[in-house]
Design a protein around this ligand. Structure first.
Ligand SMILES: [Zn+2]
Length: 347
């Protein structure tokens, strides 16, 4: 399977984020990308550095305000004499607060939904390259030049909404890939359709938000029950879409500690719903944090279990864009992704 990456992925290296009332070490490390890239090289996947796709693909999903903010915030923030080296907001938008501030501190609050997306000197370069990696894979598959392609996206993207960052995510790579694919598919009697299957341990609240009122993108996710797990405020089973999008959003939350079989059963149910929807292309938000050895300890998927997931996804027999999301057991990422790819390619 062809794979795309970009060397700028490692330029984003915040040391810490705010959790449980304190600054804690950041688990979303540059070494994640290094480990996966080394594995892909060794495995023999054809590797390409993603070209600059320009701003149009990300502007098709995110607001101009967010894009300008992300590109300029670090320089503007650190130019102030009494500000930190890393951008972390201290206000948030609540109900009835509808203004858009010109001040950088206000904008940092407006464009964040939590304190887990710090912005350092190299963050924008890495974030833009991560989106470019997703676009490159989406174009290869969307143009029919490959049946599937893997995007080594770092930082991940599925928590990022139309105009808000959070959960280690800044631009929504999977949403950008889905939108790019849609722009390339010819209309054949009806508008083209894409499905996004999100198998990351956490709910992809950003992806859900972006497509919540649309019927041309089906979003299906298995994740730990948000009643007790991040992102807490979205990912519930009753969230089924709105307006034209009613019925094209499917969440299957599972209890903390769910077994590999339970996760596979949920994925099978999501796949059945996607088949019924009938998309032309699948975008897979491929989180490796359902792993039994992941520091988040949500699900108990083994290394061979990722091959089972790979086989199940491949059995859908759809052109597929694989977008890397989370996964924080750095030493085991390579074996888990290799297992997934072995299963996917053998099916
Ligand atoms: Zn995750």
């Amino acid at each position: 399977m062809p794979a795309f990456h970009h060397p700028d992925a490692v330029l984003h290296r915040p040391a810490a984020f705010f959790k449980r009332g304190q600054m804690v070490p950041m688990p979303e490390l540059p070494e994640r990308a290094d480990a996966i890239l080394a594995m892909l090289r060794k495995r023999g996947n054809p590797l390409t550095v993603a070209p600059d796709a320009g701003s149009a693909p990300r502007a098709a999903v995110h607001t101009p305000e967010l894009l300008t903010y992300l590109e300029t915030v670090h320089a503007r923030w650190t130019a102030r004499p009494d500000f930190s080296e890393v951008v972390i907001p201290n206000v948030f938008q609540g109900p009835g607060m509808s203004g858009y501030p010109t001040d950088i501190m206000g904008q940092a609050g407006y464009h964040s939904f939590d304190l887990a997306a710090p912005i350092g000197a190299g963050t924008w370069a890495a974030v833009a390259s991560s989106a470019n990696v997703a676009v490159a894979a989406a174009r290869l598959v969307g143009r029919g030049e490959a049946r599937s392609a893997y995007a080594l996206c770092r930082p991940p993207g599925h928590h990022a909404g139309r105009e808000r960052v959070g959960g280690f995510c800044y631009l929504n790579n999977a949403a950008i890939a889905a939108q790019e694919v849609l722009s390339l598919l010819p209309a054949q009697g009806r508008r083209p359709r894409v499905a996004i299957l999100d198998v990351d341990l956490h709910h992809g609240n950003g992806t859900q938000e972006i497509f919540y009122d649309r019927d041309d993108v089906f979003f299906a996710s298995v994740h730990v029950d948000p009643a007790v797990f991040y992102p807490f405020l979205a990912g519930y089973a009753h969230e089924r879409g709105v307006g034209r999008g009613l019925g094209t959003n499917l969440n299957l939350p599972l209890p903390v500690g769910s077994s590999e079989d339970a996760v596979l059963d949920a994925i099978a149910a999501l796949i059945a719903a996607i088949r019924a929807y009938g998309p032309e292309v699948l975008v897979l938000s491929l989180g490796l944090d359902p792993y039994e050895g992941d520091p988040y300890q949500g699900f108990r998927v083994s290394t061979p279990g990722f091959a089972r997931i790979g086989r199940a996804v491949a059995a859908m027999d759809l052109p597929t864009v694989l977008v890397q999301e989370g996964g924080y057991a750095v030493a085991d990422l390579k074996q888990n992704l290799a297992s997934f790819l072995d299963g996917f390619e053998a099916a």
